[in-house]
Design a protein. Structure first.
Length: 429
């Protein structure tokens, strides 16, 4: 039988045409899926933002119903009854509502500065990924003019060594009629506490104490309560300024060696003197030690210290060093003390003008052939003994700094020429 010839266009699709068609479909499907996914994400975010705006509005309305004197966060600045942070679950999402309340300092040109003319309320709603979904701010006026008799404390926090402001430091009023209150410093290292009740003139102690903390920092000793730098009596209508200094702890690496450079490993006592903070001593063994304090004496960057060391029959010439001269790039300082053999002792007796012995008194000894710098504490008999270099005419300065209700006293005394013990009496009053 004769085959009928096919008509034009009956050939069908070739394999190449099918593959191309599938590829085009895949591209279009991928684009559609991406667009659909983005639309769903956008819709979800839009719903989150709508919910967040409702939460922010609800929280703001709640703040407007709070009495003005209570409008503040618990333990915050100003203090009040409002919880600063709360979590709200919306379906599978958890949203965080943060409420920030602060005083606004907006005094008239000729009016007294109170720092508390009215209050600012800021409500921020964030997602679990810390994305800000909504933020609202409002101002709340007091029912009457800000009090002219309340006090104001302005605090500045700086780095002690660099003298630059420290932002984000927590500052707290620990005691006082309006305490406790806390807040964080701004970019200029400043924070103000307004609307403070003046200290009572009688009754319980109304002293305001100010402290500051920041991760990785310590407070300079002179700025720790009850130091006058951090404790104050606030009179009616007073504006007081408080400056607090913080610093990163530094370390001194001490190495003891003999006159020939060999490590000195016998037990020894390391001493340090600071013209600003006093003196301290600590026992070391093995010839090396790393420390951020010498006894009770803190080591502070940029301050100068005089280091000395003694061991039975040995003493080191004093060495002066500035702590962490490259602060804050480097927080360590290396000090090497050369221990030299000694032969005599200087025994110091601390007594009152009545002749009674005084115990637990710090005694400093400086000078002598090797310019020693030593520190000790009088025992129960009021005596402290130092091992010191001897010589043909060694002269030592024995100083008892002011402490424990006694005035400072000092005396210059010739030290031992050989192996003898020289006794000296320092009278304190």
């Amino acid at each position: 039988m004769q085959q009928r010839p096919g008509r034009a266009g009956d050939e069908g699709f070739t394999l190449i045409e099918v593959v191309v068609a599938l590829g085009v479909f895949a591209l279009l499907a991928t684009a559609f899926a991406s667009s659909l996914s983005a639309s769903l994400r956008s819709l979800g975010l839009s719903r989150q933002r709508t919910t967040a705006e409702q939460l922010a509005s609800s929280q703001m309305e709640e703040m407007r119903r709070v009495a003005y004197d209570d409008l503040g966060t618990v333990g915050g600045n100003p203090p009040g009854i409002v919880t600063a942070t709360k979590s709200v679950t919306n379906g599978s999402q958890t949203l965080t509502v943060d409420t920030r309340i602060s005083y606004v300092n907006d005094k008239a040109p000729i009016a007294k500065e109170t720092g508390a003319d009215y209050k600012s309320v800021t409500v921020t709603v964030t997602s679990a990924t810390a994305t800000i979904l909504a933020r609202q701010r409002s101002f709340v006026a007091p029912p009457a003019q800000a009090s002219q008799t309340d006090g104001l404390i302005k605090v500045t926090v700086t780095d002690y060594a660099r003298q630059n402001p420290l932002a984000g430091a927590t500052v707290a009023l620990g005691t006082g009629p309006s305490a406790p209150i806390s807040d964080t410093t701004d970019a200029n290292g400043k924070v103000s506490f307004a609307g403070l009740t003046p200290n009572p003139s009688s009754g319980t102690d109304g002293t305001y104490t100010v402290t500051s903390t920041l991760a990785g920092y310590q407070t300079y000793p002179d700025d720790v309560p009850p130091s006058p730098n951090a404790s104050l009596a606030l009179s009616a209508g007073e504006t007081a300024a408080v400056a607090l200094r913080l610093y990163k702890p530094v370390t001194v690496n001490v190495r003891l060696v003999t006159a020939t450079g060999v490590p000195f490993t016998a037990a020894a006592t390391l001493t340090a003197l600071s013209g600003k903070l006093g003196s301290g001593s600590v026992a070391i063994a093995g010839g090396t030690a790393s420390m951020s304090t010498v006894g009770s004496l803190p080591l502070v960057p940029s301050d100068s210290y005089t280091f000395g060391a003694t061991s039975p029959g040995f003493a080191a010439s004093s060495v002066q060093a500035t702590m962490a001269a490259n602060y804050p790039t480097s927080l360590t300082t290396d000090v090497t003390l050369v221990m030299q053999q000694t032969y005599g002792q200087l025994q110091v007796a601390v007594k009152r003008t009545t002749g009674t012995a005084v115990s637990n008194m710090t005694v400093n000894v400086t000078g002598g052939p090797n310019s020693v710098s030593l520190t000790g504490v009088s025992n129960g008999s009021g005596v402290v003994t130092f091992s010191v270099p001897s010589g043909s005419s060694p002269v030592y300065i024995v100083n008892v700094p002011a402490q424990a209700g006694f005035k400072s006293a000092s005396i210059t005394k010739a030290g031992p020429a050989g192996t003898e013990t020289i006794t000296v009496t320092v009278t304190v009053s």
